[in-house]
Unconditional design. Structure first.
Length: 139
């Protein structure tokens, strides 16, 4: 019998963003991110029982981290550095980029997911910035 909890797609995107957040926190404090530990501690289940969406998001993030940051940094206005954004906004932007570019999720779907995450977890105006940046991505 399959023990994998069944989450809605929206919940899976949220859990992916939470893993992304933890990954970024680990980097910020100088720890080497351990994907297995991040995913298992965030979802509270073994990696082999984790939904493929979460695993695929995190693997694509690690494998393409430099390119993701470079692209997103190039889209910030007024020479802002990606590091100046709060970590939750960084995580949401990275999730959107990975979903559009690497997982080939339709751009309108990925943007909608990320806007909803920003409205739920970030400040009142962040969703506008996230929408604008993600809209520049060519999938």
């Amino acid at each position: 019998m399959d023990k994998t909890p069944k989450y809605s797609r929206n919940k899976l995107h949220e859990l992916s963003m939470m893993c992304m957040y933890q990954f970024l926190v680990n980097l910020k404090v100088g720890d080497k991110p351990d994907l297995k530990h991040i995913i298992e501690s965030t979802l509270r289940q073994p990696l082999n029982e984790t939904d493929p969406l979460v695993r695929n998001v995190m693997v694509a993030t690690v494998n393409n981290f430099g390119n993701i940051i470079n692209y997103l940094s190039s889209k910030l206005v007024n020479d802002w550095d990606f590091e100046r954004l709060n970590i939750i906004n960084q995580a949401i932007l990275m999730l959107g980029y990975v979903e559009i570019v690497h997982l080939k999720i339709p751009k309108p779907v990925a943007i909608n997911v990320c806007v909803k995450l920003a409205q739920k977890f970030s400040d009142d105006e962040a969703y506008k910035m996230i929408n604008g940046i993600l809209d520049t991505i060519e999938g």
